[in-house]
Design a protein around this ligand. Structure first.
Ligand code: ASP
Length: 325
């Protein structure tokens, strides 16, 4: 059966050009959505596409401006009865942040799938067409609804909460934590691991055009209080500490953050380690800190921004939101 899919393009390597099949350097965000869909037309996929260019940039430059254009475009597609699913093409560098932000702010009514590529479109072994064909299979699958926003890379389907870019190169650059992946996909097959977990769920957060200033403080051996104070400046409303090990920090840093916490700064402890939970510790109560649990620092930042934007201020309430994630 032919699926009707809306494709919202934002750029990235999936739309990148190197000018040679073997060059290392390339420019992301070069092919526009019409040209891309023309190329896809040659694959013989059982889908009809309607494409829209939201941006055509390297995903290092993605932020509130693009998100403010992307979110209403996805909502419009979800409201269109003829649309069965939405695909967002995106650079892989910040794909996990856009995926998680959309996951928290969209209803789970229809499949929404983010996809990218690790090699530019004219490279030998371009992975973008395969990933796109896989994304079409997921976006056209009824069972994909009720799983929140999904990411398709390298024949695997990831939940937005789990997915992280773990390698700088290679087509196996993505992994999931704590769930490794939620499905396996090829252009011709789709295997889900378990049932949908957000059936008919509405958005967890209403969309906010403006998100508060929340920084990520990267902890390291020798980090001192003066550096932390400089980093925080006057106006930061929240900070995620990419702590050492299980969200740890030096005593000097802890004291600086506790002092700022007393002035209203929200502090979340995540980890600079690749994977693993950051659980609450008994000292968090006295410090007024929150533990990020399974979220890495960049995703913890997105959740904290949304919580602050919605007036959630109390550390216990912020912790509940992270425990639920
Ligand atoms: N720098 C690129 C981007 O994120 C990398 C990629 O898409 O793979 O836009």
């Amino acid at each position: 059966m032919t699926s009707r899919i809306t494709v919202l393009a934002t750029g990235g390597t999936i739309a990148g050009i190197a000018g040679s099949a073997i060059a290392k350097d390339y420019v992301a965000g070069q092919i526009d959505i019409e040209a891309y869909l023309e190329q896809v037309g040659g694959l013989g996929l059982e889908a009809e596409f309607s494409g829209r260019q939201i941006a055509n940039i390297d995903s290092a430059d993605i932020g509130p401006e693009v998100w403010n254009a992307l979110h209403p475009a996805v909502m419009e597609a979800l409201a269109d009865e003829s649309c069965q699913g939405v695909i967002v093409t995106h650079g892989t560098d910040t794909l996990e942040e856009t995926a998680f932000l959309l996951d928290l702010t969209l209803p789970a009514s229809k499949p929404v799938v983010l996809v990218g590529a690790m090699r530019p479109a004219d490279a030998v072994g371009y992975d973008g067409l395969r990933n796109f064909a896989n994304a079409v299979r997921v976006a056209g699958d009824r069972q994909a609804a009720g799983r929140g926003v999904l990411v398709v890379m390298g024949d695997r389907v990831f939940g937005a909460r789990d997915v992280r870019k773990v390698r700088t190169r290679g087509t196996d650059a993505f992994r999931g934590f704590p769930r490794e992946s939620v499905g396996l996909v090829t252009p011709a097959s789709l295997e889900w691991f378990g049932a949908p977990w957000r059936v008919d769920a509405s958005a967890q957060f209403a969309w906010q055009d403006e998100l508060p200033d929340v920084g990520i403080l990267f902890a390291h051996a020798g980090l001192d209080a003066a550096s932390v104070a400089r980093f925080l400046g006057e106006d930061m409303r929240g900070v995620v500490v990419a702590g050492v090990g299980e969200g740890n920090m030096s005593e000097a840093v802890r004291q600086e953050l506790v002092a700022r916490r007393k002035q209203g700064l929200r502090v979340v402890r995540a980890s600079r380690a690749d994977e693993g939970l950051v659980d609450r510790e008994p000292e968090d109560d006295g410090n007024g800190f929150v533990a990020a649990r399974a979220l890495n620092p960049q995703k913890a930042r997105i959740l904290l921004q949304l919580l602050i934007a919605h007036g959630v201020d109390d550390p216990a309430a912020i912790q509940r939101a992270f425990d639920g994630s």
